[in-house]
Design a protein around this ligand. Structure first.
Ligand code: ADP
Length: 304
C-alpha cells in the first residue's frame, strides 16, 4: 500500500506538487498519468525518500521510506534509468544491489534472465546501453529484492513495442500475485492498457482519479460519416445535439442505436458508430496537455 496525503512541493515560489492525495492498493496497477512537467516524478521522488516534501506525507506500507529497514526488499524503485554509474556494467550494478540487500548471487542471474539481458550484454558498461536496455536493467534492479511494492517512473520510455508488451505482462502478473504498482506515463493509451486504477495529474494537482472502468465510462456515442455535414444536419433535424470531436467525428448524448436509425433514415453512410468510451478522459487529458504546451516557451519541450 502506498499512501499519499496532502502532499505539496514548492521550488522557490513554484508549486510543482499541490496538495496531492491518493492511495495505491495491493493487487492493482495504479497508473499515474499526466503531461510532462505535471509533477509525477516529484511525487514519486518524495514517496521514495529522495526529495523532501514541503508539506503533507507519503508512506509505503505504513511508514516513511527512510524508516523501512532494508528498503530494497520492500519497495522496488525505478525513477531514472540513466541515473546508474555509466562506467559500471549491468551485472556489477545488480551484484552491488544484491550485496547491499544481503541476497544470494543467484538472484542476479535470475533477474538478468527475467529482463532478457544476455550474459554478454550484462558485462557491457552502462554507457554503451540503449535506453531500452537501461530500463530493463532498472526493472531488474527494482525487482532484485523481491519487494511487494513497485514504483516505476516512465519505464516504457525507450522500450520497443515488444519490450512494452513484455513489461505489461510482467506488471500484470506482479499485481495479480498481490503486488502494489505505481506506474507513471505521459501517454494515455500506454497506461490505459495496463492500469486498473488511474490518477490524472496536471500542473501539480490531481484532476481525476478512480478505477479505469469509472474513468473510461462516459455515456454517449461517437459517430463519423464520410459526409460530416450531412450527419450533423440529420442529427439536428432529429432533435439530437452533437459536438465535433476534433477528428472529423461527432459526439452525441444519444445511444448508438438512435444515431444509427437517424443516419439510416437520412441515407447517410457511416464510417464509425460506437459508444464514446474514454472520450471524457481523453478530453480531460488533452486539455491538460494543451495547458502545459501553452505554458512552455518551446513547443518541443511540452510533449515528448
Ligand atoms: P513530470 O514527472 O510530471 O514530468 P516533474 O515532477 O519532473 O514532472 O516536474 C514538475 C515541475 O517541477 C516541472 O515544472 C519541473 O520543471 C519542476 N521541477 C522539478 N524538479 C525541480 C527542481 N529540482 N527545481 C525546480 N523545479 C523543479
Amino acid at each position: 500500500m502506498i499512501k499519499v496525503e496532502g502532499l505539496s512541493k514548492t521550488y522557490g515560489g513554484f508549486k510543482a506538487v499541490d496538495n496531492v492525495t491518493f492511495d495505491c492498493r495491493p493487487g492493482a496497477v495504479t497508473g499515474f498519468l499526466g503531461p510532462n512537467g505535471a509533477g509525477k516524478s516529484t511525487t514519486m521522488r518524495i514517496i521514495a525518500g529522495l526529495t523532501p516534501a514541503t508539506s503533507g506525507s507519503a508512506t509505503v506500507a505504513g511508514v516513511h521510506y527512510h524508516d523501512i529497514p532494508n528498503p530494497g526488499t520492500q519497495v522496488g524503485v525505478l525513477l531514472d534509468a540513466s541515473a546508474q554509474h555509466a562506467g559500471r556494467t549491468g551485472r556489477e550494478v545488480l551484484t552491488m544491489g544484491a550485496i547491499v540487500m544481503g541476497l544470494p548471487m543467484s538472484r542476479v542471474e535470475e533477474m538478468l534472465a527475467l529482463v532478457s539481458l544476455s550474459p554478454a550484454e550484462s558485462k557491457r558498461r552502462i554507457r554503451d546501453y540503449s535506453l531500452g536496455m537501461r530500463q530493463r536493467l532498472g526493472i531488474a534492479h527494482a525487482l532484485l529484492g523481491d519487494p511487494k511494492i513497485l514504483i516505476l517512473d516512465e519505464p516504457a520510455n525507450g522500450l520497443d513495442p515488444a519490450g512494452i508488451h513484455w513489461m505489461r505482462g510482467l506488471l500484470r502478473e506482479y499485481a495479480n500475485r498481490g503486488g502494489t504498482v505505481l506506474l507513471s506515463s505521459h501517454l494515455l493509451h500506454e497506461i490505459e492498457v495496463i492500469a486498473d486504477e488511474l490518477i490524472l495529474i496536471g500542473n501539480g494537482r490531481i484532476v481525476a482519479s478512480g478505477t479505469k472502468a469509472e474513468l473510461l465510462h462516459t455515456a454517449g456515442t461517437f459517430v463519423k460519416a464520410s459526409d460530416a455535414g450531412a450527419i450533423a444536419q440529420a442529427l439536428t433535424a432529429a432533435g439530437m445535439s452533437s459536438t465535433p470531436s476534433g477528428d472529423g467525428g461527432l459526439r452525441t448524448e444519444s445511444t448508438p442505436e438512435e444515431v444509427g436509425r437517424v443516419a439510416a433514415a437520412a441515407g447517410v453512410a457511416l464510417i464509425e458508430l460506437r459508444p464514446a468510451e474514454g472520450a471524457g478522459l481523453e478530453e480531460m487529458f488533452l486539455e491538460l496537455t494543451g495547458d502545459t504546451q501553452r505554458e512552455k516557451s518551446t513547443p518541443e519541450g511540452a510533449l515528448a
